[in-house]
Design a protein around this ligand. Structure first.
Ligand code: FES
Length: 315
């Protein structure tokens, strides 16, 4: 069964049944390695005994603990949340912890190739340098900026936002900054000045947020960079995104906003600050077992003799 994740035109087929299938008993892993001390790059082969439900990250951990302690890779949460285990599996940027061995290795071809993310500087083996990635992310000012400094520093009220306004950017707020989109982007590969799909999708996320007031500042920056116009709409970023963020759509929306902004036609609704909503519902009573029994003297309780004498309990 194939599930098409993204809602756009370019969809990533995920083999959901892979988790229920047993992979070939032994899978040959070709891991691309790099030694920064000598500058040597080579493919190393490891034979790994597999089991049902094994992910690429499980296989790498097994290699590291049982076969080769020198293999380096990055991971943290093991559940597709931290975004640190991105690698290229059989030519496709994927999260190692979310990719089943059974999805990539078949009985007729029990082999898997694992490489570091494309378009990133490799530090060692599968570990890549994210300095530039975070630098580009910082450039789009990935936070809400308000004019009322007092309220920003010491908030006393709330920003009102309707569910419809939230839905304008919610999808884009799911980014886990794994870098798979940038690793798959042909423009990012060839133009170092291009901000990349991750940063641009996040620029859209904050421009579309009605709580943010500094959209003009971001649009000016994006116009200077020319980044939004460099996108060729290959849409490989949306294809590989493990969180259905669809950066390709965000860049197209950004283009349209920028175009209207240049013609002075762009209008944005900004949230008002409002007092917190009144809670009208009565507080729910605690269940009886959690109710605090009043007037119970702790001293008296300590003095009480246990129902079963201690010496009997020890017997
Ligand atoms: Fe956190 Fe894979 S280890 S996303």
């Amino acid at each position: 069964m194939l599930l098409h994740l993204n809602l756009g035109v370019y969809l990533m087929p995920i083999d959901l049944k892979a988790v229920t299938r047993k992979p070939p008993e032994t899978v040959r892993f070709y891991v691309k390695r790099f030694d920064p001390e000598t500058g040597r790059v080579w493919w190393q082969v490891y034979e790994v005994k597999t089991y049902r439900g094994m992910t690429i990250l499980d296989a790498l951990l097994k290699i590291k603990s049982e076969i080769d302690h020198s293999l380096s890779f990055r991971y943290s949460c093991r559940m597709g949340v931290c975004g640190s285990c991105g690698v290229v599996v059989n030519g496709e940027p994927r999260l190692a912890c979310q990719t089943q061995v059974a999805e990539k290795a078949t009985v007729s071809k029990p082999e898997i190739r694992v490489e570091p993310l494309y378009n990133f500087i490799v530090l060692r083996d599968l570990i890549t340098d994210f300095t530039e990635f975070f630098e580009k992310h910082r450039r789009i000012k990935p936070y809400i900026i308000r004019r009322d400094l007092g309220e920003r520093e010491k908030p006393t009220l709330e920003y009102s936002q309707s569910p419809e306004e939230l839905s304008q950017y919610y999808e884009y707020s799911l980014c886990i900054m794994c870098g798979l989109c940038d690793a798959s982007c042909p423009v990012y590969a060839s133009d170092k000045l291009f901000l990349g799909p991750q940063a641009l999708a996040q620029a859209y996320r904050f421009i579309a947020d009605t709580r943010d007031e500094m959209w003009a500042l971001r649009l000016e920056e994006l116009d200077k960079e020319g980044s939004t116009y460099k996108c060729h709409f290959a849409a490989s970023c949306s294809y590989v995104c493990p969180k259905v963020v669809d950066p390709a759509a965000a860049i197209q929306r950004l283009r349209s906003i920028l175009f209207k902004y240049k013609l002075r036609l762009y209008r944005k609704k900004v949230s008002n600050v409002v007092p917190p909503m009144e809670v009208k519902a009565k507080p729910t009573p605690l269940p009886p077992e959690a109710t605090v029994v009043e007037r119970v003297s702790l001293e008296k309780l300590e003095e009480e003799k246990p129902l079963i004498p201690i010496d009997k309990l020890i017997e």
